[in-house]
Structure formats: C-alpha cells, structure tokens
Design a protein around this ligand. Sequence first.
Ligand code: ADP
Length: 297
Amino acid sequence: DLLVVGSANADLVIGVERRPAAGETVLGSDLAVHPGGKGANQAVAAARLGARTALLARVGDDAHGRLLLASQDAAGVDTDGVLVGGAPTGVALITVDPSGDNSIVVSPGANARLTPEDVRAAGDLISRSRVVSAQLEIPLETVTEVVRTLPAGTRFVLNPSPPAPLPAEVLAACDPLVLNEHEAAFILGDTPGDAPEDWSRALLRLGPRSVVITLGAQGALVAEGRTDTVVRVPSPRVDAVDTTGAGDAFTAALAWRLGLGDELPAAAAFAVRVGAVAVTRRGAQDSFPTAEEVGAP
Ligand code: ADP
C-alpha cells in the first residue's frame, strides 16, 4: 500500500491578455477550478495506475475542500486520512497569458496546518504502508515527523518541491530522493559542472540512499548508493502538449512500482512511460493514465 503525505490545493485559473500592473484591473476568461497540489496529484496518479493509495493531507471545511475530497474519491484514493478544518483549503491563483506563461500566487491555507501531531495521530495509516511518499508543500517539520514515524522496512520517497534545505535526518531516509534539475541545483547550491551524473553523485554524498533526477523529455537518471551505480533511463518520444503534473505522475508511478518490489531502475523505466503519457494530455489530474493506457508492465 502507498501513503502520500502532502498538499491539496484548488487551482483557480483565469486566462488573461496581459497581467495587471499594481492598482490596475484587467478582465479575464471564465474561471476554471481544478483539483491540484502535489500530494493530491500524486495520490490520484497512483490510484489511477491501480495502486492501493491513501492520502494524509488537510483541507478546509469549504467548497474547495469538498472538490478535493471528491476528486480523490473518484480516483479510488482512501481519504480517511484527509483532515478537515483549521484554515481555508489551500489555493493557487493562476493567470495564464496568451504565450502560456503562468503567474501564480499560492495560499497554503490548510496545508500549512498539517502538523507533526497530525502525523503522530495517523500512526496506523503509516504503519500499514509499504511506501510513504512526501513533498514539501506542507511544513518541513511535518515531513520530518513522517520520517521519525516510519517503521523499519517502510520505504520513503521524497520529492523536495518546492525545494528547501533538508535536515540530514530527512535526507538519510530518502530511498529515493526524486527531483528535477531545478530542485537538484537548489539543494546542491554549488553544482558540480553540467553532467546530471555528477549532480546525482554529489546528491548521494548528502546522505540519501538513492537519487532519481528527472530530465524532462530526456527521461531520468537513477543513482544508487548501495551499488554505487548511475544509470540513464530514456523517456519515450512523445508530442508534449502540457507538462503540468508530469513530475507528480512520475513520482507516483515510481513509488507504486517500488511498493510492488521493482528495483529502482525498473521502477524508473515504468515511471518515465507514465510521465510521457501525462505530457500528451492537458491538465494535471486529468492527464494521469491508467496502467492499461501505459501498456503495463
Ligand atoms: P517536473 O515536471 O517536476 O519539472 P520533468 O520535467 O523532469 O519534471 O518531468 C518529469 C517526467 O515527465 C520526466 O522524467 C519524463 O518521464 C516526463 N516528461 C516530461 N516532459 C516530457 C517530454 N517533453 N516528453 C516526454 N516525457 C516527458
């Protein structure tokens, strides 16, 4: 079983001709409201692939929270661990201009109120999970508590997004740390040259048991400390129309396959196929494929 601990946001999207300057008002398109947030996205992506998935998250007692719960339920995610109340549901206010560039304001809302106590109260959920996956749109101290609560033998997958300095205790638990090049550059601070292979080795020296760097259309790179190996996993070639949620689809697929017992390179080889399908479709949660659509195994 897979447990995703993370954020749930309502994405409020308006198309604009141009973004307003300070003090100015512009008219935009009709409002579109989509369920999002990295935690909610990863849980839906995993469940759609067929994973038995639970979500530990917090939403507000409001319409956006109900929308998020409904989208999790529709995907088959176990939402018993979704806490309600304490603050409004997190939202992302997104304007999109004609060139496709986004301007985004995030109000973390209830996500910022998912606390270490909430994690301790979810001990049962954590102890019956084979793999626990987290991201950083919830407080870092909450992620740290997840690491402290993990039973021996439970695998921990962390996508450090948005990137933040990570305590050694969290890094040491990651198996793998899954990140894109931008996040890798942030965490390394000083990047050793241009080769992702070198980046992955430098990341391993920070303490995680393994590292997966996603490389967009080029797929991913897998580095394992225990075998001291670095391998490239190429992505299928596709016509990408919208990369929103690709990283979430990738991480969810990886976590699911690790839970089924795949070795890390094999799990990554499956995950790039899931990411490649997701970029051929618009949206985040709407773009996530079933295992059949990926042509599993
Ligand atoms: P993020 O979305 O977090 O920035 P990436 O852009 O690296 O992460 O994408 C994550 C995964 O999605 C990649 O490893 C790959 O499997 C898939 N992917 C992303 N962009 C493309 C693309 N243009 N063509 C094929 N696969 C892609």
